[in-house]
Design a protein around this ligand. Structure first.
Ligand code: AMP
Length: 214
């Protein structure tokens, strides 16, 4: 169960990744979460990544590959993983393929969530997240029970810095210029599963499950 989830920012990939990790009993590895934790803790990596993330750009490949190389040594991924937010460039994909080939087992399968740009922009504009526990809400589709407050832990919700309009545009550009070719890379290997990313969380999850178990 080595799965990569590809999708534009706001495609619902984080939500589906968590679901899949629960369903298949493997860790959810989100490079965005790893970077946000490093920023919060003020580590060297965090300090380097913070301004890049805030502008909507991509953190350099060598840093990202270093993070994944280390994470792929964890004993907890013996049965597999759900990778969310990595690889984002063809360079990252090639390095990941080599790392996976090196530690044996099957190559990764790739699920790409397809969502039109206008839907993405609407979704990201209303996204709010909890700085304490990482829960994600949307002011229209999945609002918290009490406005501005996390249902799970009660912390005040925030808008991610990179969910502001200019950063959203930069992130979508980075996605089409640098990450879309990653889908092509895996399509060439016959490892790409394209999934319609419109519909309810349950519907999309079912499509993914069906595609992967067919
Ligand atoms: P995400 O939560 O996946 O949307 O990631 C948030 C931000 O972290 C991105 O906009 C990038 O700036 C950075 N980031 C996360 N994963 C990667 C990656 N694999 N390569 C480069 N930058 C990344």
């Amino acid at each position: 169960m080595r799965i990569i989830l590809l999708g534009a920012p706001g495609s619902g990939k984080g939500t589906q990744a968590k679901r899949m990790a629960d369903r298949f009993g493997v860790p959810h590895i989100s490079t965005g979460d790893i970077l946000r934790a490093a920023v919060r803790e003020g580590t060297e990596l965090g300090n380097k990544a913070a301004p890049i993330m805030a502008s909507g750009g991509l953190v350099p490949d060598d840093l990202m590959i270093g993070i994944i190389r280390e994470r792929m040594q964890g004993a907890d991924i013996a049965a597999g993983f759900i990778l969310d937010g990595f690889p984002r460039t063809v360079e990252q994909a090639e390095k990941l393929d080599a790392i996976l080939a090196g530690n044996g087992g099957e190559p990764a399968r790739v699920v790409a969530l397809l969502v039109p740009d206008d839907v993405i922009i609407r979704r990201l504009g209303g996204r709010r997240s909890c700085p304490e526990c990482g829960a994600v809400y949307h002011v229209e589709s999945t609002p918290p029970k009490k406005e501005g407050m996390c249902d799970r832990c009660g912390a005040g919700l925030v808008e991610r810095r990179d969910d502001k309009e200019e950063a959203i545009r930069a992130r979508l550009e980075a996605y089409s210029a640098q990450t879309m070719p990653v889908a092509g890379h895996y399509a060439n290997k016959g490892a790409l599963y394209e999934i319609d990313g419109l519909g309810s969380v349950d519907e999309i999850f079912e499509r993914i499950e069906t595609a992967l178990t067919r």
